[in-house]
Design a protein around this ligand. Structure first.
Ligand code: SIN
Length: 521
């Protein structure tokens, strides 16, 4: 049972770009804010910290326009972007980045006062601002950590359950070193990041275990577009083995690096007019197809022609050297790797969910920005813009709500063995899927056993299990190939299925897919 109780106006779960942007915005509006992180140390705990490429933003003094950025985002999104949401978020980008600069972030410049802009896959313009060459996320995290240093940020606090009454959020059930406790609060912002550790190897930090998706599902909310898991085409290949692997940023291709197979043959020639700078789903599928054809364990990113490689890309250079590859003299071995969840908890562009008092922002949320495939470097942008808005909305909700008294009834969850789940999803639910493989994962999930959430690890196992169950349900229901979702048994886009699919849990915890009538069965 619970051993401690506290009160707050706004509880933010997560300390990456969206979480801290939300916390700072709520604090500015006068809320008592508590920020929770399950990590024991702040450094390297968030996906934000590892982001390399940058932030896609329309810089007013250039030839770029909001309309062009929206068009590129929508083109990458495979017919499922919500154009109004994309427009709203893109249009707010420059002001959000300017706020970040106000908080102390420093971006690379091509001349004093002029940001150096690079290009990534799917972008028709140079519009990616970056920092420290390829250490953009680390700089964003540093600036936000500094700005949030006066806030109440708590490490080693695992949010186990969003507590609600019939109509609204009333608090959060939390496990920390003192045991189980409750923070009574009218507003909770989920900013827990992604779910990369659903797979054996991923570019995500170790805490990316679908936590926010699980918390929202258990609170009775739907998630959307969760079948669209983006595989980054160029995760460093360092031999077999799992866990977090280094990203080899797409910005290298923006600066001239080329993808080739072991024979030196281009991987993307003839696949898409943008070649190696095609949207990410196209390039990842091309790499996957080449690996299947050749039986090779990896392809190569030849970055030897990139000017000033080691200075411009110090993070990539260090990661390559750590596995014995000098990228200035040898091509970099790469494979597609689980990188980003395009879907998540269904929200509007202010992070509001269908449950009053519950907000979600960043990778955990599905605003309609990414559709079936996120455009490169739109994630930090969305996290900043929607995080800031969600924090304001959460503060506004808290100001209007009566002080809640959360009554908690902790529930046992179910889980399957994590390595077995990761092997099954990696084999059957990654870049290419089919009905038979997805059934194998569903069968494994059907063997889940009850589990008390006595540790962070238990919570993560349960979160991964329920997250996998909705991903697999959505992937089984989408009988076509679109964006990041490639079905070997349904290889074409079905225009009748250009619609987002939500999944929720029924009273038994079984995923239920809300299929519109016209695409049902
Ligand atoms: C990259 O630098 O290639 C990743 C950026 C992103 O995921 O948007």
């Amino acid at each position: 049972m619970t051993t401690w109780q506290q009160r707050a106006d706004v509880v933010v779960v997560g300390t990456g770009v969206a979480g801290l942007a939300a916390a700072l915005a709520a604090h500015r509006r006068g809320s008592r804010v508590v920020v929770l992180s399950k990590a024991s140390r702040a450094e390297g705990a968030t996906a934000t910290f590892y982001a390399q490429g940058g932030i896609a933003v329309v810089v007013p003094s250039t030839d770029d326009t909001v309309e062009a950025h929206v068009a590129d985002t929508v083109a990458a999104g495979g017919g499922l972007c919500d154009v109004a949401a994309v427009t709203s978020i893109v249009a707010d980008g420059h002001s959000a980045v300017a706020d970040l600069v106000g908080a102390g972030a420093r971006f690379d410049e091509s001349a004093p006062g002029r940001w150096s802009l690079t290009r990534e896959g799917g972008h028709s313009r140079r519009r990616i601002v970056h920092a420290g060459g390829d250490a953009t996320g680390a700089e964003v995290q540093r600036a936000l950590d500094h700005a949030a240093s006066t806030l109440d940020v708590r490490l080693d606090h695992v949010a186990l359950q969003v507590i609600r009454d019939a109509g609204a959020v009333t608090g959060v059930l939390v496990r920390n070193r003192d045991g189980l406790g409750v923070i009574h609060a009218p507003s909770v912002v989920l900013a827990t990041g992604g779910l990369g550790h659903l797979y054996s190897a991923t570019t995500n930090p170790e805490g990316s275990t679908g936590d926010g998706i699980a918390l929202a599902l258990w609170a009775g909310l739907p998630v959307g577009d969760v079948e669209f898991i983006q595989f980054h085409p160029t995760m460093l290949y360092g031999g077999p083995g799992g866990g977090r692997r280094a990203l080899i940023t797409e910005a290298l291709r923006g600066e001239g690096a080329v993808l080739v197979d072991a024979r030196g043959v281009s991987v993307t020639a003839g696949v898409h007019p943008m070649g190696d700078l095609a949207p990410r789903d196209v390039v990842a599928a091309a790499v996957d197809a080449r690996l299947s054809q050749t039986g090779d364990p990896c392809v190569y990113l030849d970055a030897r022609g990139v000017p000033d490689l080691a200075r411009r890309f110090p993070t990539v250079t260090a990661a390559c050297l750590a596995v014995g590859v000098d990228p200035t003299v040898a091509p970099i071995p790469v494979v597609p790797g689980a990188h980003y969840s395009c879907g998540g908890v269904v929200t509007d562009v202010h992070g509001r969910t269908a449950l009053p008092g519950l907000f979600a922002a960043g990778e955990v949320a599905r605003t309609g920005m990414h559709g079936a495939n996120r455009l490169a470097s739109n994630s930090l942008l969305e996290g900043l813009v929607v995080g800031r808005r969600a924090g304001s909305a959460a503060a506004g909700h808290a100001a209007d709500a009566a002080a809640p008294r959360a009554v908690v009834d902790p529930v046992a969850r179910v889980a399957v063995d994590r390595p077995a789940l990761q092997r099954a999803t990696s084999r059957h639910a990654s870049v290419v899927r089919d009905a038979e493989g997805l059934s194998c994962v569903a069968e494994l999930l059907g063997t889940a056993q009850p589990l008390n959430l006595d540790s962070r690890n238990d919570f993560e196992d349960a979160a991964l299990t329920v997250t996998a169950s909705v991903v697999i349900a959505a992937a089984r229901a989408r009988l076509e190939s679109r964006g990041c979702h490639h079905r070997a048994d349904f290889p074409d886009v079905d225009p009748a299925r250009a619609v987002s699919v939500d999944v929720r849990l029924d009273a038994d915890g079984t995923p239920v897919v809300d299929l519109p009538e016209r695409v049902c069965c």
